[in-house]
Design a protein around this ligand. Sequence first.
Ligand code: GLY
Length: 354
Amino acid sequence: MNKIIDIEVSKSYKVHLGHENYKDIVQYVDGGKKVFIITDENLEKLHLKELTTILDKEDINYFKFVLKPGEDSKSLEVVERIMNAMAAQKMSRSDIVIAFGGGVVGDIAGFCASIYQRGVEYIQIPTTLLAAVDSSVGGKTAVNLKSGKNLVGSFKQPLAVLCNLDTFKTLSKEEFNNGVYECIKYGILFEREYFNIFLQEDFDVNSNRLLEVVERAIEFKAKVVIEDEFDFGMRRLLNLGHTFGHGIEQASNYKIKHGFAVGLGMEIVSKISRSLNEITEEELEEILAVMKKYRNIKLPTISSQDILSYVLVDKKIYDGVINMIIPKSIGECEIKEVELDKLKELYYLGTNNS
Ligand code: GLY
């Protein structure tokens, strides 16, 4: 079964979710437009043909720019290479960029689309659970600097999002679970029942609830983005686990993938919440249990000092305070302003270190 979810922000668009739905691209691209596909080497081998067969059939002229998989590709140097390739293909403002891949591809392709000739349209085609439930929707684009993750970016809503759930079948269990953590995040933020799916079931790519889980996650995200597109208010809730998570991800040199790092970040803020007498002991145990359940990887050791050094250049810092998202219960969180000099203290409270 296929679904359409409407995202009604400054520029409204549709998320096409289901199976064999790449053919829906013809609603957005016609033979008069050039298409510039940004993807990575893995996706090029595994799934790109499903899309290019349709483009070929419709006589749509396309070019490919293939990235090395991994976070290292999300750099300004790669942006420049992409821009030069777009210019070499004489892409104009009426042409279209396609982001075909996971979060790295989506973030950099969206950023390139937002700045090339001051902005061209782009379509997100997320091929991972993580990208489907988070980065492909909401219009945040970014690349990393050496000093921090996502420090350069823009808001640019896509023209449409096309997600074929079958692409998740080729994800490793680690990559799939990487996305599960972002789903669990929506449960802790907004709905106990949704959280329970991950606690009570062994949720995996073969689950007959996959479509429902992804659809609900996108709906949770859409609600927030519709309310606060430019991230000045409630959209900050989506950063649950991200303050420490981004620090962990960077301090591990991206060996710990985003979702797992956010999972560790959610553990820390849940422990902080318990110390502040917000969530109950039972809720903390449930959160810790669900986090552990999907962590099918061996974590490298990283120093608290390294983690904190990255947290202190986080872009969520305004006027010397950072907005930290703290669970009040499973299904409800609040945004707390934390002075930077209190951050270390809270971190140690949340990691039981001293
Ligand atoms: N990934 C968080 C957001 O889109 O706001």
